[in-house]
Design a protein around this ligand. Structure first.
Ligand code: SF4
Length: 373
């Protein structure tokens, strides 16, 4: 198969400590198989993506629906196999290891799914759902396992008595907490959250976000958050990778990305966040059109069909990633010119005021609960 080169292929990230997990030129193509008289179209879902995530970091992968971010999350955990490239977990290449070795590692690498209604088996009690990974990995048996389930329920803010109930008896937020408890059951080091709050009401989102942050602090977890909600990402993340049509077009510390986005696609995404000040609402070039099909990605820069700054060179020549001195990466031929012309002007208010308010209320309640008042 002829794999299109990626702008970030071969790029390295300046990370002071050994990373927990690395993607190296990771590629996933679906389809392209021959049936009787025809070949199914190839979906170029992920193309030569490279980055590294450090211990204790919250690393976000953002982009529109269909950009390949969820596929990338699954590739990292080897829930699906890569077409090309490698995943390095704690210094070990896990791309080709056998199923038994992967099963052992899976305990350390967990996922929280987007849909709290579909991700829990309706025929199992909460105790069975959370207890399953504990049994699978031989972490506890009998009464010790029941106690571990009760402890996990308490950790995610639910009553131990809920262990005997079924998923349909709970709200969306409670189900997502059950999903988090299940992810924690194997005592993981790394959790991938695949849009873990996007199906929830904003007030419940704040509770789950705060819970994830508290667990990260208490348990020393590394989080990879796959999301399209930039307000949530800004609140939670340390670094952000922006994906467009299977490629990372910009990677930066969260404040750098939000204060001065370099790539035209990042700038367009940030404009979609509700802003509360006139300065943040001022006119900027709009993002037009739909995401092109991943079965036929545009040549040259994949963003050229929607980019307000596109020039003839963009249609022919794929932009290589440039790594800036601070480790930031951007893949655009003209990012300097765009920046000099004011295209990366900082956004003043990037987190929804409603979400901030909810997060604050929840934190106050938590503080009161912890102080025993
Ligand atoms: Fe791509 Fe050209 Fe737009 Fe840069 S200016 S994002 S290279 S189309």
């Amino acid at each position: 198969m002829n794999t299109p080169a990626s702008p970030l292929e071969g790029a390295t990230i300046d990370t002071p400590k050994p990373p927990v997990i690395e993607a190296r030129a990771l590629t996933k193509h679906f389809g392209g198989t021959r049936h009787l008289f025809a070949r199914t179209p190839t979906v170029y879902a992920v193309n030569g993506v490279s980055f590294a995530v450090q211990q204790g970091e919250t690393f976000a992968i953002v982009g529109e629906s269909g950009c390949g971010k969820s596929t990338l999350g699954r590739l990292l955990l080897r829930l699906i196999d890569a077409t090309e490239g490698r995943v390095i977990y704690q210094g070990k290449d896990i791309t080709q290891i056998d199923a038994a070795s992967m099963r052992k590692l899976r305990r350390e690498m967990q996922i929280i799914f987007q849909d709290p209604f579909a991700s829990l088996n309706p025929g199992m009690t909460v105790g069975q759902i959370i207890g399953e990974p504990i049994a699978l990995h031989g972490l506890a048996h009998g009464a010790a396992r029941a106690e571990r389930v009760a402890q996990l329920l308490r950790t995610v803010g639910l009553q131990p008595a809920y262990a005997d109930r079924y998923p349909h008896e709970f709200s969306g937020g409670q189900r997502q907490r059950i999903g988090i408890a299940r992810a924690l059951a194997g005592e993981p080091k790394l959790i991938v959250g695949d849009e873990p709050v996007s199906a929830l009401d904003v007030s419940v989102q704040a509770q789950v976000i705060n819970l994830l942050e508290a667990l990260k602090q208490d348990l020393g977890l590394t989080l990879i958050m796959v999301a399209h909600d930039l307000a949530v990402i800004r609140h939670m993340s340390d670094r952000v990778a922006v994906m467009y049509l299977g490629e990372i077009v910009e990677l930066a510390q969260v404040d750098d990305l939000f204060d001065a986005p370099l790539h035209p696609y990042t700038q367009a995404l940030l404009r979609a966040i509700p802003a509360s000040t006139p300065a943040a609402r001022r006119e900027r070039p709009a993002l037009s059109g739909d995401l092109p099909s991943p079965t036929a990605p545009p040549p040259g820069c994949r963003f050229h069909t929607r980019c307000p700054h596109a020039k003839p060179r963009c249609k022919d020549e794929r932009p290589l990633s440039e790594t800036l001195p601070e480790g930031r990466q951007v893949a655009c031929h003209f990012w300097r010119e765009i920046q000099n012309a004011g295209g990366g002007t900082p956004l003043v208010a990037s987190v929804s005021p409603k979400l901030i308010e909810r997060l604050g209320i929840y934190r106050e309640r938590q503080a009161l609960a912890n102080s025993g008042v």
